[in-house]
Design a binder for this molecule. Structure first.
Ligand code: DGL
Length: 275
């Protein structure tokens, strides 16, 4: 496989969560054309068996490569835990960037040395995540409290960013972490940055003092930039950035999400990668 600098970068998620990563990629790499795949027809990944997430991730990667991608960003913690190893093995020469909950930065930031991690159950049960957790917990002596947030990504996917049902879920998952003394909360799912205002409200209502929120969106964009530079694949400055969107779900819902979450007008195309 050979790749050229003027090619696109493929980005995918189970749905619109990856937009919280895409916005940082656009900011860091303004000349980079992007392909975005929202696998909304199969969301939520967090409630699917690992084998299904692996099959979807491989099919989407093939789809994006067939459209000329020179690198891949797995903008989904759940898919990273389940499939990034398989993706790297299948495409050894393709730069692949995955996302992981920011345990390391959180361990450095936490003054009380208690960190809460919000993610899908599937992410928290994944071997890749548990290996990272062991390593960071061991070296930092920080206590990590893990909170699976079943249903939260689906609420966000449905555009329910501040409904009372979403608020209740955020409260149900966050309050126990705050009650146990967490002063740092890791957003371990790319959907969650879109309910940051609700998260901040729940923290304020709990009256527990300052709490730091860790989101790795910008770190992912920096890692992508580093990889592209190292491979000589950085987009030329004469090129204009763009986003071409595909979804296995509703094209109008994806277009609406780009507009409401990022203020961008895009045209989404319906697509069904062959498994
Ligand atoms: N956005 C995905 C993540 O980062 C998960 C959402 C889902 O369950 O599909 O884990």
């Amino acid at each position: 496989m050979t790749f050229t600098a003027d090619a696109a970068v493929g980005v995918f998620d189970s749905g619109i969560g990856g937009l919280s990563v895409l916005r940082h990629i656009e900011a860091r790499l303004p000349h980079q054309p992007l392909l975005y795949f929202a696998d909304t027809g199969f969301a939520p990944y967090g409630e699917k068996p690992q084998s299904e997430i692996v099959a979807r991730s491989l099919a989407i990667a093939d789809f994006l490569l067939a459209r000329g991608a020179k690198a891949l960003v797995v903008a989904c913690n759940t898919a990273t835990v389940a499939a990034v190893g398989v993706l790297r093995a299948r495409y050894p020469s393709l730069p692949v960037v995955g996302v992981e909950p920011g345990l390391k930065p959180a361990a450095t930031l936490s003054k009380k040395r208690i960190v809460g991690v919000m993610a899908t159950e599937r992410t928290l049960a994944g071997e890749k995540f548990l290996t990272l957790l062991d390593k960071v917990a061991d070296s930092s002596k920080v206590r990590f409290l893990l909170q699976g947030c079943t249903g939260l990504a689906s609420q966000i996917e449905a555009g329910q960013l501040d409904s009372s049902a979403t608020r209740e879920l955020v409260q149900r998952y966050l309050d126990p972490l705050l009650a146990q003394g967490a002063d740092t909360i890791v957003l371990g799912c790319t959907h969650y940055p879109f309910v940051l205002p609700l998260i901040r409200e729940v923290i304020a209502a709990a009256k527990v003092g300052p709490v730091t929120i860790v989101d790795t969106g910008d770190a992912i964009a920096r890692q992508l930039a580093r990889l592209l530079i190292a491979r000589g694949l950085l987009a030329p400055e004469t090129q204009a950035g763009s986003v071409t969107c595909f979804t296995s779900g509703s094209t109008t819902a994806l277009e609406a999400a780009f507009s409401s979450l990022l203020g961008q007008t895009v045209v989404a195309t319906a697509a069904e990668p062959a498994i």
